[in-house]
Design a protein around this ligand. Structure first.
Ligand code: ATP
Ligand code: MG
Length: 451
């Protein structure tokens, strides 16, 4: 009773004892937890340890959403967890956890962790450099980010254990940092991004006290390693709510540090329209489980900056193709200072961009080559977004939509007259091959398209 009162009047202050929410006080049932997570918690408990489902999964279940995965928290150390399972692997060097494989599921099991003392392990801005000490369950709750992310569900008893007032915040659909917001954001500025992402994703409102310091602290994002920002941005952009989240990021003043180029793009109406169309397209694909490539997404986010730099170079009289490649390199370099796009994505991004001018060529053999390019599909989807946003004539998109599905004869009939200077003309494949057999046409491979 007393604890409930304290929790009520001192929200956000972690307590040493949990408020235990009985099954008749909340809607979550054990059969909503995956088979793997139930198996793992049961086996840990049978061996005498504490074990709970924790974090995003409990939050999602309480909110009536379907969790993406189930994480387990326990007082057993990784060395104690591992021998209890046939297929369990200790991973991570700095903070060790156990991956337990149950059927097709991989369940992440982490030992209760304590927050480290700020003075021992923060940089000059208050950012935590490590958190690596085992702790009690209460400490484990307190070191988490938001109250609704710090709830523990025991599948055996169907109880929810709450050290931080998270159940009340779920009911109020409120996202609230545990502890003093400014300190917690300083410790880890990525929490600002997470606040905006999670609020949009699960449909809750960021608490006023949590939201208040964000615009002022936003510049701290500059100290977050670019690789970590890439991971968070990827989660954000592939959430199925990218368009809405980006709007919210801008409203909280968070987009500047992240995507400096994106800011410039969004300032021009054409760029804004393009991003809106691209994100709506991505969100639709995510929601329909169609798979989205991060490379495609980053290619769309940065395209208008490439266009701007490319057009400027062409206006100065630079040759179109080399100017495009220069612009691509410059944009990726500028972006890499903030968010590290992995190299393997960069290659794909460049391919998607560099194929764009080839859609203009609709004469001779070139369109036949383009549809067979391994990146044709991605480049065509990209062209469609350019069409929908008004950057290119929709009739061009329409032509390629028909061309790729047409028969050989129909394709030949669709070709435009060749307006290239005589020496540079390319014949259609059929005619070219025929002519070559007669020994009159030059070989078709390795020509201007690979410029
Ligand atoms: P999602 O459903 O998008 O995965 P999530 O809340 O599960 O959301 P994860 O990144 O999987 O996010 O993190 C799992 C849990 O770890 C969180 O619920 C939270 O308790 C804790 N956590 C994650 N990131 C932080 C952070 N930056 N600071 C403190 N705790 C964090
Ligand atoms: Mg998660």
């Amino acid at each position: 009773m007393m604890r409930r009162l304290i929790a009520r009047f001192w929200p956000g202050k972690p307590s040493a004892q949990p408020v235990v929410c009985r099954p008749d006080e909340h809607p979550v049932r054990r059969d909503q937890v995956s088979y793997g997570a139930r198996t793992v918690t049961r086996r840990l408990q049978d061996a005498g340890f504490k074990a709970f489902v924790v974090g995003g999964a409990v939050r999602d279940l309480l909110l009536g959403l379907e969790p993406k995965d189930f994480d387990i928290a326990t007082d057993a150390t990784p060395e104690q967890v591992k021998p209890l399972f046939r297929r369990a692997f200790i991973i991570g060097r700095r903070f060790r956890l156990v991956h337990v494989h149950v059927g097709n599921e991989v369940i992440e099991v982490s030992t209760f962790r304590a927050p480290q003392k700020a003075e021992e392990s923060t940089d000059e801005h208050g950012r935590l450099l490590s958190d690596n000490v085992y702790g009690t369950q209460a400490e484990d709750a307190a070191r988490r980010d938001f109250t609704i992310n710090a709830l523990y569900f025991d599948p055996a008893t169907e109880e929810v254990w709450d050290y931080v007032g998270g159940v009340a915040d779920v009911r109020a659909r409120r996202l609230k940092l545990i502890g003093p917001p400014t300190t917690r954001f300083r410790e880890d500025p990525v929490r600002m991004l997470r606040a905006v992402r999670l609020a949009t994703k699960v449909g809750v409102t960021i608490d006023k006290r949590t939201a208040a310091p964000i615009p002022k602290l936003a510049p701290l994002m500059a100290n977050v390693p670019p690789a970590r920002l890439f991971d968070e941005m990827q989660k954000l952009l592939l959430s199925g709510h990218a368009a809405e989240t980006l709007k919210s990021l801008r409203a909280h003043g968070l987009s500047h540090g992240l995507l400096p180029l994106l800011d410039m793009i969004l300032e021009q109406p054409m760029g804004q329209k393009f991003i809106d169309v691209a994100l709506a397209h991505t969100d639709r694909r995510v929601r329909e489980d169609m798979g989205v490539s991060p490379a495609f997404l980053f290619a769309t986010l940065l395209w208008h900056e490439v266009l701007a730099q490319w057009n400027a170079a062409k206006a100065k009289g630079d040759k179109p193709l080399p100017a495009l490649f220069d612009a691509m390199d410059r944009v990726l370099e500028q972006q890499a200072e903030r968010i590290a796009i992995p190299r393997r994505f960069e290659a794909t991004i460049k391919e998607i961009w560099s194929l764009q001018p080839r859609f203009e060529q609709r004469a001779g053999v070139r369109p036949f080559r383009l549809v067979e390019h391994p990146r044709f599909r991605a480049a065509y989807d990209f062209l469609a977004i350019r069409g929908e946003s008004g950057e290119v004539d929709p009739s061009l998109v329409d032509w390629w939509t028909r061309f790729q599905d047409a028969s050989q004869e129909a394709r030949e009939a669709m070709l435009k007259p060749d307006e290239a200077p005589r020496g540079k003309r390319r014949r259609t494949r059929g005619r070219g091959r025929h002519a070559r057999e007669e020994g009159t046409a030059p070989p078709a491979a390795g020509d201007a398209e690979s410029e």
